[in-house]
Design a binder for this molecule. Structure first.
Ligand code: BDR
Ligand code: CA
Length: 314
């Protein structure tokens, strides 16, 4: 039985690959895609999700828009990394995949109620929608959410600030609600994603596929690589978000440890930090499985295979 998944995302270059991996891999049943403001405004991330579904031939998966701002305060966008559109690089035509009229919380709720077994939530953007759902429907979440596997945070240093990773920095209160929810949470953060840079070898493998979708994917990674070089001085961009789905389809691919994770809400310079007690010095109970390592070659095989599968079905 494939694993039923709802993907909550803010496409975003690496979110785009997460959509493709979740749709292409036979071990996943992608039930719904919800969008959140993050890498760009909610209008843009929603349009981008529909664009990716359209170019990748992903049909029959409802796409709905969620929150356009964090639970508290004003939002962030990451135009310096993902460009003005949130998905700069390739050109896109008008998407043919429609927008589901339900809001994200309603779509998550109705999808959970309609599915016969508990569902895994995979957030790859700020956690605003997921937290709003948990606040609105705690009993349903306890019964029908199998696990939350998120990309966000880190065990070392941040990227939005020295202390905070973007997805957590964009909505720290939402992240705190998720980590405090009592639900099983898996956190895969920057300390893992920086072990999977999209190097020239990855671009060569995409080129070798020779399909229009593979070319579009190479253009996405090329743009992503340019901004990562300019902003962070990295030679290749980390492909953060698909690690979530890769972990689900290939257990063991990401190495995990159980640990207490707290989200800093009040620090003057550290708001949005994920404080991960790897050494157990706080005595706090563990509330998450935290990624610490990854089998990078196996990861890239999954990504390339997803692009190959979707591209050859077009
Ligand atoms: C996270 O921030 C976004 O820019 C990426 O899509 C990813 O989800 C990495 O910090
Ligand atoms: Ca993202």
């Amino acid at each position: 039985m494939p694993l039923p998944v709802i993907l909550d995302c803010d496409p975003g270059h690496d979110d785009a690959f997460t959509i493709m991996l979740a749709a292409a891999h036979p071990a996943v049943e992608l039930l719904a895609i919800t969008t959140v403001a993050g890498n760009a405004t909610i209008e843009k991330t929603t349009l981008n999700a529909r664009r990716i579904c359209t170019v990748a031939g992903i049909e029959g998966v409802p796409v709905s828009a969620g929150l356009g701002r964090p639970l508290c305060g004003t939002g962030l966008v990451a135009g310096n990394i993902h460009g003005e559109s949130g998905l700069d690089g390739p050109g896109f035509g008008e998407p043919t995949v429609p927008l589901d009229p339900r809001d994200a919380v309603t779509l998550i709720r109705e999808t959970l109620l309609a599915h016969p077994v508990p569902v895994t939530l995979v957030p790859t953007g700020p956690l605003s929608n997921v937290a709003a759902f948990l606040l609105a429907h705690p009993a349903l979440a306890a019964e029908r959410v199998e696990r939350i596997v998120l990309m966000g945070g880190y065990t070392g240093r941040g990227n939005r600030t020295p202390a905070a990773e973007f997805n957590i920095a964009a909505d720290p209160e939402a992240a705190d609600i998720v980590f405090s929810s009592g639900l099983p949470v898996t956190m895969i953060g920057l300390n893992v994603s920086h072990q999977v840079p999209a190097t020239a070898d990855v671009l060569d493998r995409l080129d070798a596929l020779g399909t229009p979708l593979a070319r579009l994917c190479a253009e996405l990674l090329t743009f992503f690589g340019t901004t990562y070089r300019e902003v962070f001085g990295l030679t290749a961009p980390p492909l953060h978000d698909p690690l979530t789905v890769a972990h689900l389809v290939a257990p063991g691919l990401v190495t995990l440890v159980r640990a207490p994770v707290a989200v800093e809400l009040t620090g003057t310079h550290t708001r949005g930090a994920t404080v991960v007690d790897l050494d157990g010095v706080t005595g706090r109970p563990a509330n998450a499985d935290v990624g610490i390592g990854v089998d990078a070659p196996a990861y890239w095989d999954l990504i390339i295979e997803a692009v190959r599968t979707l591209g050859s079905a077009r």
